[in-house]
Design a binder for this molecule. Structure first.
Ligand code: NAP
Length: 248
């Protein structure tokens, strides 16, 4: 594979795994980060050490001006966009609906839903045949929470991810004849820092017995699915979301 891949939230976890695998498969990769420049530079350094090409680009993917600036940087520094992985996301604060603050709901929806809308808009403007583009693929990282609902923990997170799946389906239909495929990945319990950062460091150990495969997934397993979806092997797959949940 060749071309340019943007991965939002790629300084660690699933995003970093997607960036590393994308580079290994031949993409020039934009490694977006928000608050962890050292971690993003470490991802870039690892890619370069393996003979790949990558660029760390700062930006809050919940903010339109940062999103527009990121895609302009990519145009300038890496070349025409081929694929986008909307990965950056947050669960926000944990709690029941009757405890949640409006600001937390806005933060979660800004990053998990509005941001992917705007990133996808920038991608469509560059990749759609309607705009003279060569086509491409948009992958949205959703969550099993979209199906499970997040009761007692994070209704806002679950609802934002369910919205992202609806967006994935609708945008996939909208651009189906313009050379762009739009697909979602719905991960289950994946072993990243996200759980500890949510204030639940034991979450994986507590919940994996309920996973049919009896283990958490890895960021690399999600990345493998993302890169398969981007590649020609998935050329007839669009407007849908695929589960990577170990059966949960
Ligand atoms: P993670 O380890 O917490 O990593 C989150 C990434 O998002 C970091 O690179 C972080 O970068 C970046 N980020 C946070 N706020 C950002 C912002 N405003 N703008 C740009 N980047 C931002 O999480 P993860 O587990 O890899 O999760 C990645 C995606 O998978 C998320 O969308 C998450 O909802 C989804 N997911 C995860 C699981 C799971 O079990 N882990 C399950 C289902 C879905 P900085 O540190 O630089 O800010």
């Amino acid at each position: 594979m060749s071309g340019v891949l943007v991965v939002t939230g790629a300084s660690r976890g699933i995003g970093a795994a997607c960036a590393r695998l994308g580079a290994a498969r031949g993409f020039r990769v934009c490694v977006n980060y928000h608050s962890s420049p050292d971690r993003a530079e470490a991802v870039v350094a690892a890619i370069e050490a393996s003979g790949g090409e990558a660029l760390a680009v700062a930006g809050d993917m919940g903010r339109e001006d940062d999103i527009v600036a990121l895609f302009e940087t990519v145009d300038r520094e890496l070349g025409p966009l081929t694929a986008l992985i909307n990965n950056a996301g947050t669960a926000g604060s944990i709690g029941r609906l009757d405890e949640v603050a409006a600001d937390d709901i806005h933060t979660v929806f800004d990053l998990n839903l509005i941001g992917p809308f705007l990133c996808a808009r920038e991608a469509v403007r560059r990749m759609s045949s309607r705009h003279g583009g060569q086509g491409g693929v948009i992958v949205n990282i959703t969550s099993a929470a979209a199906k499970l609902g997040g009761a007692g923990q994070y209704l806002h997170y679950a609802a934002s991810k369910a919205g992202l799946e609806a967006f994935c389906h609708g945008l996939g239909l909208e651009v189906a004849t313009e050379g762009i495929r739009v697909v979602g990945i719905r991960p289950g319990m994946i072993d990243t820092e996200m759980h500890a950062r949510m204030g639940m460091p034991d979450r994986l150990a507590e919940l994996t017995p309920a996973v049919p495969m009896a283990r958490a997934g890895t960021a690399e397993e999600v990345a493998e699915t993302a890169l398969w979806l981007i590649g020609d092997g998935a050329s007839y797959v669009t407007a849908t979301t695929i589960e990577v949940t170990g059966g949960r």
